[in-house]
Design a protein around this ligand. Structure first.
Ligand code: PEP
Ligand code: MN
Length: 353
């Protein structure tokens, strides 16, 4: 029986770190009658900087065995090497997760995949710290190659140098959505705690994940969050968790009978077809421009022209309720393609001459 069931939202909760036997037993009792499907706890903590709480280690695994018995729910922990996989097996852990700092490292992922081969452990794969979908996909594929059946992905957001961001890790929702497109059968859960980094954003981001059709949530929960030894600012009490879950509005998938949705989608389809046609025509014109520039020995990229493009398009965007960041990203893509097209034209012309 797979652990990652189709129950929606599949809820994984528990503290960032196992800290004491009392703390873990409190969690076990609190979750007994809550819609929590799997209990999490960090045993070895991959802290960015030394000098912080680095996890309780093996003795915490004995506490988790008791938690499993009391709560009657499967347990998951983070593993970052093969020795930790062996200990997870020794203490009857049900599932392990690869943390963001592990998914970035294919050698470690491979080591863990090799150690997991032939075991019955279910595996959760967090996205890497950096926004690289290939690393995330690669980790999933290394596990699939070892014939691990029960796999799910966890979206925990992406590191940023932007000190003004309201998130601890930016969600960049397009990346998990693309992962879902690549692996339609793979359950994907949203680790709201590590995205937000703070309590007051947990409810709205959990709702956003539901609106985007995520299969479940991971939410760090601690009996006394203020004194937590790691990630204190983002942990919530079991009581607060229960309230957030009860208030989630679950959206149903649209069905064909939703005629209004179908109509709007058809209109969107034809608008997208038009947008693509126009971009295609724009590129044809860019080729013409490229030929003229090549014949007259004019530089392809001109800083002044690019500045003008950004300024005017941003202004046009504003009068259409499209913000400057969106317009900039859109035109960076278009402009980049234009430059490449002109370089191709230039190369063709110089090959002919
Ligand atoms: C965690 O889940 O406590 C953790 C360390 O997460 P991440 O790997 O997402 O940083
Ligand atoms: Mn944490």
């Amino acid at each position: 029986m797979p652990l990652f069931t189709s129950q929606k939202p599949f809820l994984i909760a528990g503290p960032c770190s196992a800290e004491s036997e009392e703390q873990m037993l409190e969690i076990a009792h609190a979750f007994q009658h809550m819609p929590v499907h799997m209990i999490r706890a960090g045993i070895w903590k991959p802290r960015s900087r030394p000098g912080h709480f680095e996890g309780i280690g093996e003795k915490g695994l004995a506490w988790l065995k008791q938690v499993k018995q009391i709560a009657q729910k499967p347990i998951c922990i983070e593993v970052a090497n093969k020795e930790q996989v062996a200990l997870a097996l020794k203490y009857d852990i049900d599932a392990v997760w690869l943390g963001a700092r592990t998914t970035v490292n294919p050698i470690l992922v491979q080591e863990i995949a090799d150690a997991l081969q032939g075991t019955s452990l279910a595996v959760l794969v967090k996205n890497p710290v950096n926004p690289d979908i290939e690393l995330w996909s690669g980790a999933i594929e290394r596990l699939q190659q070892k014939n691990i059946q029960d796999i799910a992905a966890i979206h925990r957001g992406f590191s940023t140098y932007d000190t003004h961001s309201k998130y601890r890790n930016k969600p960049l929702w397009a990346i998990p959505i693309e992962l879902k497109r690549r692996y339609p059968k793979l359950p994907i859960y949203c680790d709201v705690s590590h995205i937000t980094g703070k309590r007051d954003l947990i409810a709205p981001i959990a709702q956003r994940a539901m609106d985007l059709d995520f299969d479940g949530l991971m939410i760090e929960t601690h009996p006394n969050p203020d004194v937590a030894l790691s990630d204190a600012l983002q942990q919530i009490t079991p009581h607060a968790l229960a309230t957030i879950i009860a208030q989630l509005v679950l959206k149903k998938k649209s069905v064909e009978s939703d005629i209004e949705i179908e109509n709007i989608r058809q209109t969107l389809d034809s608008m997208d077809a038009e947008i693509i046609e126009i971009i295609g025509k724009r590129m044809e014109l860019v080729k013409e421009l490229g030929k003229i520039k090549a014949q007259n020995n004019i530089a392809i990229f001109q800083q002044e022209r690019w500045r003008e493009i950004v300024e005017s398009r941003t202004m046009w965007g504003e009068s259409n309720q499209l913000n400057a960041e969106f317009i900039l990203r859109l035109f960076e893509l278009i402009h980049d393609k234009s430059i490449k097209t002109q370089i191709e034209v230039l190369n063709q012309q110089s090959n002919h001459s």
